[in-house]
Design a protein around this ligand. Structure first.
Ligand code: ATP
Length: 429
């Protein structure tokens, strides 16, 4: 993990948050390449889960919601972790993560466990009193349930259908850590997939487990580093009928990347009860109203980014030298192509810049003229750029360039005029 944290910082992917002030426990900032990687992960999800399907619509609901939402969802009562304090050194631990009943730090005696709510509380408006309490949402899902009726009334969705949302969530985690794996502010991508009854939910659940597992695989994660873990009955939330996690083999072991849950009709029935607004769907075929059941694939964007980063990280020997490469899937690579003049001389610079400006309209590309071509390749390898293009003196005669592949390091000559087509085939859009 230290190596990952190092390369992430050195290559402008992830910085410690508020670093010049000594940081803030486990807050992280995405740097210039990190933000591109993260955006690509979100875009890949949005394209594959929303754009390419005809049964899913999108939503962007607000982070601050009426506090009744969290009463209805059960978060005010149930969204807690058991907490113990060490009577000696005063450190705080999650009771369910302790292996013994003594303080793991100093061996001191621990207090009785008490429940600690993970929701961040704040006040809306200038008055700091009980009535003005609002919470930062701990999941994006509730925004979807709360807008369920709006979506039914204003679009032409028909069961089964899903609503997808990407956005920030906040949890006052007692033990954040493992780099960006567990933080207090994070981003989620969630789908609530509504179906007509329990039987359809069972079927949809199995399908979603497959779809989500394949998604990570298709974006280049080594299947040996992925596994599914079905929740035991005693692990399930009281309303959940089934849950399976997609786990990734992080440097600290297999851990949850995404959870898929069959939540029955719990959420809509709770909101119906607490809001007094009917959440039913009128089935044209049976002419009956039904309270839909829901299957939820809920993933963490930051955890996905971390998994893609860890999986891409490769140190290998090439021609007697060690090289570090981030072997991202081309769809996820922050920079798709780098363009170099062989030497820092005209007219090579001019020709290289022309190509750079042409490709820049379509992809994130970089121009680099500093140092030897070998060093420029190494730099691009470390940020995971799939293709490097070199303009040399022959290019001025034959109007062709050398394209070097990041993974195979093979070079081929490609006419300048067919570069866009060539790259589109390799990278996609
Ligand atoms: P964990 O058991 O790791 O706390 P969870 O089961 O509480 O996670 P869910 O409530 O199912 O998590 O949230 C869905 C997804 O949101 C998780 O699979 C994870 O990818 C992401 N997520 C949840 N909490 C955090 C966090 N503190 N930091 C980063 N990502 C998170």
């Amino acid at each position: 993990m230290d190596e990952i944290v190092n390369v992430a910082k050195r290559r402008a992917f992830i910085y410690a948050g508020s670093e010049i002030y000594g940081g803030l426990a486990n807050a992280w900032d995405y740097g210039p390449y990190g933000v591109l990687l993260k955006n690509n992960v979100k875009q890949a999800w949005w394209k594959d889960m929303v754009m390419k399907r005809s049964d899913i619509v999108g939503l962007d609901s607000s982070i601050l919601m009426n506090p009744k939402v969290w009463e209805a969802s059960g978060h005010i009562k149930e969204f807690t972790d058991p907490l113990v304090d060490c009577k000696e050194c005063k450190q705080r631990f999650r009771a369910d993560q302790l292996e013994a009943d003594k303080c793991p730090s100093c061996g001191g005696e621990l207090t009785e466990a008490r429940q600690f709510n993970l929701m961040f509380k704040t006040h809306a408006g200038p008055v700091d009193n009980e009535e003005n309490i609002v919470y930062l949402r701990p999941e994006t899902a509730q925004g979807i349930f709360v807008d369920f009726k709006n979506i039914l009334d204003t679009t032409r969705v028909k069961l089964p259908f899903g609503v997808a949302q990407i956005g920030k969530s906040f949890r006052n985690e007692i033990t954040p850590g493992n780099f960006t794996f567990r933080t207090r502010e994070f981003e989620q991508f969630e789908i609530e997939y509504f179906v007509k009854d329990a039987l359809s939910a069972k079927k949809a659940f199995d399908e979603w487990v497959k779809v989500r597992f394949e998604w990570y695989k298709n974006l280049g994660i080594d299947p040996n580093n992925l596994r599914l873990r079905e929740h035991e009955k005693n692990e399930l939330a009281h309303y959940a009928i089934a849950a399976t996690d997609v786990e990734y083999n992080f440097p600290f072991g297999f851990s949850e990347l995404e959870g898929i849950a069959n939540r029955g009709d719990y959420d809509l029935s709770q909101h119906e009860k607490f809001s007094g607004v009917e959440m039913r769907y009128f089935d044209d075929e049976t002419k009956q109203k039904v309270l839909p059941h829901v299957v939820e694939p809920s993933g963490g964007v930051d955890r996905a980014v971390l998994a893609f980063l860890v999986d891409a990280y490769t140190v290998e020997r090439a021609w007697g030298e060690e090289r570090t490469v981030l072997k991202f899937h081309p769809r996820l690579a922050p920079i798709k192509v780098a363009i170099f003049p062989l030497v820092k001389k005209e007219p090579l610079i001019l020709r290289a810049k022309e190509i750079f400006h042409g490709l820049k309209e379509k992809w994130f590309v970089e121009y680099d003229e500093t140092g030897t071509v070998g060093r420029r390749y190494r730099r691009q390898d470390e940020i995971g750029t799939p293709y490097c293009i070199t303009v040399d003196f022959d290019s001025l005669e034959d109007n062709a360039v050398t394209v070097r592949d990041r993974d195979t390091m093979k070079q081929e000559r490609v006419p300048i005029s067919s570069l866009p087509e060539f790259l589109e085939k390799k990278i996609g859009v």
